[in-house]
Design a protein around this ligand. Sequence first.
Ligand SMILES: [Zn+2]
Length: 249
Amino acid sequence: MESEGNKELAEKLRLLLILQTYDQRIKQNRQRLESWPNLVRDLDTEMENLNKDLEKALKELNDTKFRRKELEAKINDMEVKIKKKYLQLYEVKSNKDYQQMLEEIDEMKAKKSKIEDQVLELMEQTEAMEVKVKEKKAFVASKQTAVKEAKKELQKEMETLKESLERLERERHNLSLQVDPNLLSLYTRLMELKGAALSPVIKGVCQLCHLSIPPQKFIELLRCQTLMSCPNCERIIYWGEDELFANID
Ligand SMILES: [Zn+2]
């Protein structure tokens, strides 16, 4: 049979273990809350990049259209000039001048034809670009909806998290009032140093540093008569297979 002393220590340890579970949960919640601005920023950055990409595609499309208009204006200009030349042919007196003018007309026609080819090429490019821009616009729109939804979900999650954090901190505070002050200050120091103040020992092994506890110490631990620390990691140890410490979370 366990003595009253054992039960008292075991109960103290159990309380401390519950406190540790609270602290770990509080820490997790805080970390998630702290990551919130980054998560929102990532979503915004993704959207900004997609919008920039769309703007770039639109600019390329407009540039191409503008270039095409420029070339078409040039073609019109050349057509007027070629017509003028044809009319001038009637005024030419010598055969030589006539031949020279014909050559000039041919040259202009060749130039014009080259520009017309360029215009055709630009038309094809414009068509392809228009398809691409349309696709990008649709993608950005669907992404925009998804991002908006994701932000809403995130906002909801964070609000729930804030509420649960407040509740956990309140409960944690009340719990800490029940813990022996000396034990609490040891616990606090260990938590700050090691992230966890208590470690279960299972089959003679400290579960947080994985060191075997000397057999004599392990027997002592089973008796649960004095507060014990792991000889290696210095955390407060308890017998992890004791039912008293089960189902704490
Ligand atoms: Zn240890």
